[in-house]
Design a protein around this ligand. Structure first.
Ligand code: FEO
Length: 400
């Protein structure tokens, strides 16, 4: 059954929601599901802008058929070759034997790696700046390598000023409403947009910066990403958020405390510090048990907050595994420019502080507090004093 929405008179959203998916990329929890966006353009020539994940094939094909209204398909534009968007290329080629696949050299390399479809006589290879003329719509290709794969490109509709942005400006979460202005708060899903950005393309800040420079030269009436809502208001704010995130600049002066704790003693230190900060007037501090919250949420909070506190016990003469996982993910995602404080615990030979310090210090632009608060088994008066001093130091950093 067709379920489509018009973006403009001649551009139709033909995507689908997947609310049954548990883990995006079999890795990231998506309690609110995910959307796979695709678009049909009706013009003298017709085009589909990317396809959709295999999980939503039937809905997607119904939507394409309905949107085309009996017309043939001329072009399948492939802006991104990750399987959640390219899974139905071959199906469309079979259903629409006159359709040609539009991509760049890397796109076709990846199609051949993933699939065995016969592309003979059915390809249109484009380069940066090339324009695909559909009649009224003229699609200009703007390459966006490594946002999030090397072949990624965006297509800018010069006529209606739509930016088909591939993975850029996307979000986790199935769509309750398609357009961001169909809810009272246009940024209602900011946390999921940040989590998507930080975990999926967070590593590629410089490449996102390059895309933002290109976008700055375009007049944009709406951003049409491959996941998440279509942005037709607040576009400057969307670009600004992505600019901050891709420069690894904190969105807020705020503290996020991340603790690992086996028996509650390191947790007590973390909770005590949070209470001290609140009593000192610091607002909006957040506390996470790294063993209980998926690392993707923790990474997202680090992208948001200026100050982070890492508290963990020593384990097997090393660092407690869930904290180690967080630090390795921070490194993998190129996190930078935060103020970091460290609390360690160890009953006979505390090592965790040294390891956390070394790992965080290896990241760019990290301002790591010289003092480590050391707990030997449990928080005593000596540690309460040390936590008070740490609280004072964090307050001073927030006011700087
Ligand atoms: Fe949703 Fe990089 O693909």
């Amino acid at each position: 059954m067709q379920n489509t929405r018009n973006v403009t008179d001649s551009v139709i959203w033909v995507g689908a929601n997947d609310r049954r998916i548990g883990l995006f990329e079999n890795l990231f929890p998506v309690e609110k599901g995910v959307s796979y966006n695709s678009y049909v353009i009706l013009d003298e020539k017709t085009a589909v802008m990317d396809t959709a994940d295999a999980a939503v094939t039937l809905q997607f094909l119904d939507n394409v058929r309905g949107a085309l209204g009996g017309r043939e398909l001329d072009y399948i534009v492939v802006n991104h070759m990750e399987p959640d968007h390219c899974a139905n290329i071959e199906m469309l080629m079979r259903l629409y034997p006159g359709a040609k696949v539009v991509g760049n050299a890397k796109t076709f390399q990846f199609i051949r790696q993933f699939y065995e479809m016969d592309l003979e006589g059915r390809t249109v290879e484009v380069k940066e700046g090339d324009v695909l003329d559909l009649g009224y719509h003229k699609l200009q290709f703007v390459f966006a390598p490594m946002v999030h794969w090397p072949e990624v490109m965006m297509a800018y509709d010069q006529t209606e000023k739509l930016l088909f942005s591939a993975d850029a400006f996307g979000s986790f979460g199935a769509l309750d409403v398609l357009f961001n202005d169909e809810q009272d708060c246009p940024f209602a899903d900011l946390a999921e947009m940040r989590r998507y950005f930080s975990n999926i393309v967070g590593k590629y800040g410089p490449q996102v910066q390059a895309v933002l420079k290109k976008a700055a030269g375009l007049e944009i009436s709406a951003i049409c990403p491959l996941h998440g809502q279509i942005w037709r208001t607040d576009i400057a704010e969307v670009l600004k958020k992505h600019d901050q995130w891709s420069r690894y600049e904190a969105e807020e002066k705020a503290v996020a405390i991340f603790y690992a704790s086996m028996y509650g003693n390191t947790a007590e230190a973390a909770e005590t510090l949070a209470a001290m900060l609140a009593e000192a007037g610091v607002k909006n501090t957040v506390v996470y048990d790294v063993s209980r919250t998926h690392v993707s949420y923790l990474i997202s909070e680090i992208f948001r907050c200026s100050n982070i506190v890492l508290a963990a016990p020593t384990y097997n003469n090393g660092l407690y595994p869930t904290m180690l996982n967080l630090l390795e993910d921070m490194k993998a995602l190129n996190l930078q420019n935060r103020t970091v404080s460290i609390i360690e615990n160890g009953s006979w030979a505390p090592q965790s502080g040294k390891i956390m310090r070394e790992m965080v210090s290896s990241l760019k632009g990290m301002n790591v507090s010289e003092k480590t608060v050391t707990i030997k088994s449990s928080v005593k008066e000596e540690q309460r004093q040390a936590l008070k001093e740490l609280c004072t130091e964090i307050c001073a950093s927030l006011e700087a």
